[in-house]
Design a protein around this ligand. Sequence first.
Ligand SMILES: Cc1cc2nc3c(=O)[nH]c(=O)nc-3n(C[C@H](O)[C@H](O)[C@H](O)COP(=O)(O)OP(=O)(O)OC[C@H]3O[C@@H](n4cnc5c(N)ncnc54)[C@H](O)[C@@H]3O)c2cc1C
Length: 574
Amino acid sequence: MDRHYDAVIVGAGLAGLRAAIELAGRARVAVISKVFATRSHSGAAQGGIGAAIGNEEEDRWEWHMFDTVKGSDYLGDQDAIEVMAKDAPRTIYELEHLGVPFNRTRDGRIAQRAFGGHTRDFGKAPVKRACYAADRTGRVILDTLWEQSLRKGIDFFDEYHVLSLMINGSSCSGVVAYELATGAIVGFHSKAVLLATGGAGRIFKVTSNALASTGDGMAMAYRAGAPLEDMEFVQFHPTGIYKLGILISEAARGEGGVLRNAKGERFMEHYAPVIKDLAPRDMVSRCILEEIRAGRGIDGKDFVHLDLTHLGQDVIGHKLAEIAGFAKTYAGVDPAREPIPVHPTCHYMMGGIAANADGEVVVDAGATPLPGLFAAGECACVSVHGANRLGCNSLLDTLVFGRRTGGAIRDFIQTVKAPKPSDAFRKKAESRMAELLAIEGPEQIGAVMTELQHTMMEHVSVFRHAKGLQAALANIRELKERCARIAILDKGKCFNRNLLDSIELGQMLDLAEVITLGALYRGESRGAHWREDFPKRDDEKFLHHTMVHLSGGAPQIFSRPVAITRFEPRERTY
Ligand SMILES: Cc1cc2nc3c(=O)[nH]c(=O)nc-3n(C[C@H](O)[C@H](O)[C@H](O)COP(=O)(O)OP(=O)(O)OC[C@H]3O[C@@H](n4cnc5c(N)ncnc54)[C@H](O)[C@@H]3O)c2cc1C
């Protein structure tokens, strides 16, 4: 079957929906999502969205910009960060007017709270910059944007899994998707495609990410020849529930929670004397693991405690209700009475599909756009987060750049004719699916997936060194071969998860290879990328973006300069 639109948006998280709203009424738009729209991972966002609206205390967009640049360990592009920090207050009021129920101050204004790395006056002290709705901020924004999208007549294709991009010569003219309920392959032809497919945390054994965060958009763009940027920068959030990785939001520390080691010490005081537990995530994750390595994990084990017991039932009940529920259900502790066992969990991809501040996917060091292909949200690298993202800057990124990309698509589609539909892409996908189903091989998805997640956790997570990275790379390449011999046991057409899991696994293996290659290439420590064999940041050799693209079927690395406009790189202390 074939369908025709002006613009196709892959992904119904905040980035996809914000772009759709921008296009509504001006173009025929389809939003495709492999899960039901409101189950997108954006709905799991807890803590807040950052903007210098200064409702609780003085704040300025320049401070927000500075914190983001410093948080990024000076790898973020400052022109794009300026766009985001300046546009943040407008974004919050827009959400308010669309109906997002933010928490309020006593006098009725939008309430704000402290978060990691948010400071006043260029790093002097913590500032309250995170706007929030209890600890369900993503949920309320996603539901609001979804309602608005329905109201504006956007066509949704929920539970359609996009398999590949239609790249005609040098431009993009649609996507091929698989309908989960029937197994039908559908060609979506359009003048423009926006990839808004979210993150890829599932590559790692312990993660806060949803099951659907398998990096499909990144892998599709990469396979179609577009470069991936800064993929070695993978964020580990300091406070995942021990063993499970389910997130306990940074808002818990923003509201006054503290981390403690086996001796009961508030150890962050030693590492970040000014902002302590509110240091950025890369630092806090490393500090937790340092404490564990020094034998100060709780009961000698590999976790520490997040202590909220002094906050009182009222604060926990009103502002942290969701995570209190998670702690009770998954760790069996009541955070008002006992500390929560926590450990770093894979949380966010700073890297992604190389894109400019209008969401155009760019293909070379000179930032040449690939006509018709756009990317926004976590799957894109604009790059505003550089080597480490600050809390509350991702929801902001999805909305600021989702809107801008929607605007850019609106302008782009005026300038091009509808592409001549070809059924070649659909036919190719149909035969690929038939081939996959016919594989008799001895391998099983679960075994290959578990080994990948284990290897990435062991060698490519918070601490890295050349030997481990090389071992990981060799293992990933072996797993790629084994993946080609996976037998799909379900041969049916109705909700064939077995088939889709195997496709997702193949894509995750490609991304794991790119992440590991980038980590090996970058012989320095910067932000979330910490090389034990190169423990210093090396601006002379590595103050640039790592770009990896496929050339002749093999990954090749090149680089792109960092945009530095206002803040020269300095040592990063907190
Ligand atoms: C537990 C948790 C808490 C967080 N809390 C915060 C917070 O408080 N503040 C903050 O700023 N950030 C937070 N983040 C990060 C932030 O939520 C995400 O980075 C952001 O929501 C990503 O939005 P997105 O629109 O890019 O993608 P997502 O919301 O991840 O949506 C991806 C969409 O793509 C679709 N998709 C993917 N692949 C395919 C395919 N092959 N075919 C069809 N559809 C596909 C999915 O169905 C989905 O609709 C949190 C993240 C997590 C995991």
